[in-house]
Design a protein around this ligand. Structure first.
Ligand code: DX5
Ligand code: ZN
Length: 222
């Protein structure tokens, strides 16, 4: 299975976002972290900035909404041109209704789980989403270290997806680097977000390629 690499612009230079989007043109997606200072203790950017990013990005945008009340706010990110919109299970009042709305607007629908949120309650709803995001750090900040204890959840999610026969992607986000990506891929992830590893690298395109190769070499046969 191909590994998809989605660098997070949280580690880009916020005064040079267009330049730093162009730097990841060889990636599969640009991962844009929207934080509202309520769901997480950090604030990044909102819809007006996001709309411009979607217009200038050389690659499709993967929106990760770390916000309260995504039922109300998430559809606008699909309307703004996000290829994928991921909202948090812990914040959504009606995740199935919201996922259906995002798909109706033409986006892929992603469901994100904080490290302590179990995947089991959502396994009967796999047909309603295009991606499960297993957070491998507590959301809110870049540069944290990968939580190894999330690997069994990635594995259980992959087993459920394989058993369902559905093509649901499994994304990991947080602490993904050359030293952790193989374990995440082996557990069953196929979409990899990396912020500090990519933007902190000497060569951004080389890092994207290195991460992709490591993930593809470790992907189990799912
Ligand atoms: C964290 C964000 C991540 C962040 C990852 O809450 O969701 O996307 O940018 O950064 P790294 O790869 O540095 O852990
Ligand atoms: Zn993210």
């Amino acid at each position: 299975m191909a590994a998809l690499i989605a660098p997070s612009i949280l580690s880009a230079d916020f005064a040079n976002l267009e330049r730093d989007l162009n730097a990841i043109e060889t990636a599969d997606y640009a991962h844009v972290d929207v934080m509202d200072n309520h769901f997480v203790p950090n604030l990044t950017l909102g819809l007006p900035v996001f709309e411009r990013l979607a217009q200038v990005s050389p690659v499709p945008i993967d929106a990760h909404l770390m916000i309260e009340d995504p039922d109300r706010w998430a559809p606008a990110y699909a309307e703004a041109g996000a290829a994928s919109v991921t909202f948090h299970a812990e914040a959504a009042a009606a995740p199935v209704r919201l996922a259906r709305e995002l798909r109706r607007l033409g986006a892929r629908a992603g469901l994100a789980l904080r490290p302590a949120t179990p995947v089991e309650p959502f396994l009967d709803l796999l047909a309603e989403v295009d991606m499960i995001l297993v957070m491998t750090v507590e959301p809110g900040f870049g540069g944290q270290s990968f939580i190894e204890g999330t690997l069994p959840k990635i594995r259980r999610a992959r087993e459920a997806v394989s058993g369902s026969g559905l093509d649901v992607w499994i994304q990991v986000d947080g602490g993904v680097s050359r030293s952790t990506i193989e374990r995440a891929a082996e557990a069953g992830a196929n979409v990899f977000v990396a912020g500090s590893a990519v933007y902190g690298a000497e060569s951004v395109p080389d890092e994207i390629q290195a991460l992709r190769e490591l993930a593809e070499a470790s992907a189990h046969a799912h």
